[in-house]
Write a protein that binds this ligand. Structure first.
Ligand code: COA
Length: 209
C-alpha cells in the first residue's frame, strides 16, 4: 500500500500573550467578565453562533471551565483566547481554535467581536494568528470554518484569511428555529504559506477560487 508521510500534531502550548501587529491574544480571566458581557449578552452578536445571549453567571461558569484551558494537548479540546488591543488594553472579542482530530490533523476556528469594535480588521487579525498557531505550532493539516450563509461579515472574514469555500449545505440544520444554509470554508497546511503574511484585501480569495 502506498502511504503519505505525515507528521501528527502533538500539542499547542503558546507563550502568552500571542502578539500580532495591533493585538494581544491571551486566555480570558475573571477580570474580563464585564467586557465579555458587553458583547456576548447581545442577541445580534449571538444570531449566528451556537450559544444564546449569555448572562454574567454563564460567563462566570465558562471562565471556570472551558475558557480556563490555556493549551491543546489532545483532540477534542478547544482553546479560547481573548482579543485585547495592544494600544488601549480593551478586550474587544475572542477567538477559538478547536482540535478535532489528531489522526486527520483537523481543526476549526471561530470568532466573535464586540460590534463597538467592528470594522477595524481586529477579528481578521486575531483569526489569522489562530491559523498560524494551528498550522505552524500545532502542526494541523486542515483548518475549517463553518458559517451561516446569512452571516456575510463572517464569510467575508474567512475569504480575507484566504480560506477556500468548499461547500454550501442548503438548509442542513434547523438553527435557532430557522433552516440554516451552511458555508464550509477550509485551508490546508500546504496553502497556508501563501497567506502567512499579514492579512489584508490583497490576500483575499474570491468565492470562485
Ligand atoms: C463576524 C465578525 C467577527 C466580523 O466582524 P468585522 O468587524 O466585519 O471583522 P473584522 O474585525 O475582521 O473587520 C473587518 C472589516 O473591517 C475593515 N477593515 C478596516 N481595517 C482593516 C484592516 N486593517 N484589516 C482588515 N480589515 C479591515 C474591513 O474592510 C472589513 O469591513 P467590510 O466588511 O465593511 O469590508 C462580527 O460580525 C461578529 O462578531 N459577529 C457575531 C459573531 C459571529 O457571527 N461570529 C461568527 C460565527 S461563524
Amino acid at each position: 500500500m502506498i502511504g503519505v508521510s505525515v507528521h501528527l500534531p502533538s500539542a499547542l502550548r503558546p507563550g502568552y500573550p500571542v502578539r500580532t501587529e495591533r493585538l494581544l491574544l491571551r486566555p480570558l480571566t475573571v477580570d474580563d467578565v464585564d467586557a465579555l458581557l458587553a458583547y456576548r449578552s447581545r442577541p445580534d452578536v449571538c444570531r449566528y453562533v451556537p450559544f444564546e445571549p449569555m448572562t454574567r453567571e454563564v460567563i462566570d461558569q465558562r471562565l471556570a471551565t472551558a475558557w480556563a484551558n490555556t493549551e491543546l494537548t489532545d483532540e477534542g479540546q478547544a482553546l479560547t483566547l481573548g482579543i485585547q488591543l495592544a494600544g488601549t488594553g480593551d478586550l474587544v472579542g475572542d477567538v477559538v481554535l478547536f482540535w478535532h482530530s489528531r489522526e486527520h490533523g483537523g481543526g476549526e476556528i471561530g470568532w466573535v467581536v464586540n460590534p463597538d469594535f467592528g470594522g477595524h480588521g481586529y477579528a481578521t487579525e486575531a483569526a489569522h494568528a489562530l491559523l498560524r498557531l494551528g498550522f505552524d505550532e500545532l502542526g494541523l493539516h486542515r483548518i475549517i470554518a463553518r458559517i451561516d450563509e446569512r452571516n456575510e461579515p463572517s464569510a467575508k472574514l474567512a475569504q480575507r484569511l484566504g480560506m477556500r469555500q468548499e461547500a454550501r449545505l442548503v438548509h442542513n440544520e434547523l438553527f435557532k428555529g430557522e433552516w440554516s444554509t451552511e458555508l464550509d470554508f477550509a485551508m490546508l497546511a500546504d496553502e497556508w504559506p501563501a497567506y502567512r503574511g499579514a492579512p489584508d484585501s490583497r490576500g483575499a480569495r474570491t468565492v470562485r477560487d
